[in-house]
Design a protein around this ligand. Structure first.
Ligand code: ADP
Ligand code: MG
Length: 263
């Protein structure tokens, strides 16, 4: 008969929010969040950072598709209780980083119960200790599961495009976050912009709304220009920094990664 000494039972405490976790959010879908998360991860790995890329888009997980990765394991096995989060990581050798793919053999993970998701979020925070950075690709929107995963992150990069609908949805995300977790370091990325200048103007519009209505001033993390080679690289299921390292979008993400590391 085995008995457990109560003094040996360590209570399961939610680990503190990890400084190394950086979430990529957006209001609107299709603004290039997944592509940006992958490319930023790659740029950080090239800078000798140990990086884990986590596919937290529970409804439309597709990091594995964009990378042309056939992961042996994914988040579905973790949710099913077959693997620990650690075991579900795959090393993406050509990029020099680790990936936890989100695809589930049994379909979408969108309906995962909040309590289960919290256990995964807690495990991710623990796992983050083994990395310099964890990049968390979130689903679009502001629903509870997205906010729950986002709450593990110290920093959130909100991705928008120049389009007014993307901008209002980015504002909605920033607003909810400002109310629920005002301590978050939240920054803005304008992606697929026609030019750096136009991207900066888009940011200024968003900034003015944040200052006027929310009394906050989220800084600009960077502008990434629209570039036809992004689509070509995705079609080839090859990272942009591998296939077109000197393209405008690649240079913009590299510069953004440098600024991020500079503080
Ligand atoms: N900087 C960019 N320039 C041109 N096209 C882009 C850029 N960023 C993203 N895209 C396009 O947007 C599409 C959607 O990107 P994706 O990362 O899947 O968006 P999300 O994760 O926000 O839904 C991609 O297939 C790509 O063709
Ligand atoms: Mg996506």
């Amino acid at each position: 008969m085995s008995t457990v000494d109560p003094s040996m039972v360590v209570p399961r405490m939610a680990p503190a929010k990890q400084r190394s976790i950086l979430a990529i959010a957006s209001g609107k879908g299709g603004v290039g969040k997944t592509w940006f998360a992958i490319t930023l991860t790659h740029a950080l790995a090239k800078r000798q950072q140990r990086v884990l890329l986590f596919d937290g888009d529970l409804g439309l997980a597709n990091i594995d598709i964009q990378l042309g990765l056939m992961p042996r394991h994914d988040l579905g096995s973790v949710v099913a209780g077959k693997l620990t989060l650690n075991q579900a990581a795959t090393h993406f050798a050509s990029g020099g980083f680790d990936v936890i793919a989100g695809r589930s053999g049994s379909g979408s993970l969108a309906n995962i119960p909040a309590s289960r998701l919290q256990l995964i979020a807690d495990d991710l925070a623990l796992m983050a200790r083994d990395y310099d950075r964890v990049i968390l690709d979130l689903g679009a929107g502001v629903e509870k599961a997205v906010r729950q995963l986002a709450s593990t992150a110290h920093t959130i990069l909100v991705v928008t495009s120049d389009e007014p609908t993307a901008l209002t949805d980015a504002y909605a995300f920033i607003k909810i976050n400002a109310i629920e977790r005002p301590e978050t370091d939240i920054r803005v990325v304008v992606n697929a912009s026609n030019s750096t200048r136009e991207g900066e103007r888009t940011y200024t519009t968003l900034l003015k709304a944040c200052q006027g209505f929310l009394r906050i001033s989220p800084p600009l993390a960077g502008v990434v220009r629209r570039d036809t080679r992004v689509r070509e690289a995705i079609r080839n299921q090859t990272p942009l920094l591998t296939r077109y390292p000197n393209s405008e979008a690649a240079l913009d993400v590299e510069a953004l990664a440098d600024r991020l590391l500079a503080g």
